[in-house]
Design a protein around this ligand. Structure first.
Ligand code: SAH
Length: 322
């Protein structure tokens, strides 16, 4: 199959299940403190060059209020594994947003926690959780993470989240140093087992202050092919055109949508902190990627042949939707 045929097939699957709808999720990067040291990530704890920040409850609420005004009905709180946010504070923020932004969903992407903490977040009102498994091949997972992190715990988290009633998202990077096609096949095998509601796939992009500073970025078309396969194999999944894809190529968003993606996640973080949440070099966070650029985003998505909708856009999951 040529790339073009593959993308066409993925697009047909997507249109059959979702039509031309593109769901929007407002991304709020709540903190870049992190206790972990993933080799690929720019906010790894050992990166002394990173200027650290943590948003206050007031700042987070203000970001959500601005997004709500624009029509966002899902807010994604993403951050490093920051011990400075107590679990109680996070619960308080979650319930405040759920109260103030009627009908909105709260998605968390705060890394690995205990089941008890996930339960507390869920009880506070969190609806969904994004936790990419990163690499489902045990030996390869170990290669790209420091000792002390394990695939086993990552998987435990995902199963706990699912059992607690979250809609769950997982995923991985394409083109991470040393990654082979067999590793990617293992990623798909694991996802078939897990049945995630959301799948995030983006290219690996090097960050200058990490052990992978000199490594090559992931390939655009390879990433698009993997996105297309995700759409074909998981017809009902919510699949974003990721920020990394958009950073890799100026037309990345439209290409991602045409390869089967049906979600975009513009950045609603305060302008001052956006550049500090630097997972990789040159992260796209302005223009159509931002709250300010929402009109532009709508035009770009329309030009690609799709339509942004404000709906909360819950996962349609496992065949029982609509
Ligand atoms: N601490 C949270 C959020 C991590 S950042 C967690 O552990 O889930 C969100 C995602 O960005 C990660 O899951 C990873 O897949 C991706 N990411 C990190 N560094 C990256 C890089 N250098 N290039 C591309 N994507 C990266």
């Amino acid at each position: 199959m040529t790339d073009e045929e593959l993308f066409k097939k993925a697009d047909a699957v997507r249109r059959e299940v979702f039509g031309i709808k593109v769901y929007i999720r407002g991304l709020i990067e709540v903190s870049n403190y992190c206790k972990n040291n993933c080799f690929y990530c720019g906010i790894r704890g050992e990166n002394r060059a990173a200027a650290r920040y943590r948003l206050s409850k007031e700042q987070i609420l203000a970001c959500c209020a601005q997004g709500y005004e624009l029509g966002f009905r899902t807010f994604v709180f993403q951050g490093g594994e920051d011990g400075g946010f107590t679990d109680g504070q996070m619960c308080d923020i979650i319930s405040a947003v759920k109260n103030k932004c009627g009908g909105a969903a709260v998605t968390l992407s705060l890394g690995e926690k205990t089941r008890e903490v996930y339960k507390a977040f869920r009880d506070a009102g969190a609806d969904r959780y994004l936790l990419r498994h990163e690499a489902a091949d045990e030996a390869y997972y170990k290669k790209v993470h420091p000792a002390g992190m394990s695939l086993e715990n990552r998987k435990r988290c995902l199963w706990d989240l699912k059992e607690l009633g979250y809609k769950i998202g997982t995923g991985f990077m394409v083109g991470l140093p040393g990654q082979t096609d067999e590793h990617l096949r293992e990623d798909f095998r694991f996802m078939k087992e897990l049945e995630p509601d959301m799948i995030g796939i983006g290219p690996f992009l090097a960050h200058r202050d990490t052990p992978y500073a000199k490594e090559h970025n992931g390939d655009l078309y390879k990433t698009l092919r993997v996105v297309a396969w995700a759409r074909i194999l998981f017809p009902h999944a919510l699949i974003p055109a990721t920020t990394a894809l958009i950073t890799l190529h100026p037309n990345g968003r439209a290409l991602g949508l045409k390869a089967g993606a049906n979600v975009v996640m513009p950045n609603l973080s305060p302008v001052e902190t956006r550049k500090l949440y630097e997972l990789y070099d040159n992260k796209a966070a302005t223009g159509a990627e931002s709250a300010e650029g929402f009109a532009k985003l709508k035009r770009e998505v329309a030009a690609a042949g799709y339509e942004i909708v404000s709906a909360v856009g819950h996962a349609k999951g496992r065949g029982q939707f609509r």
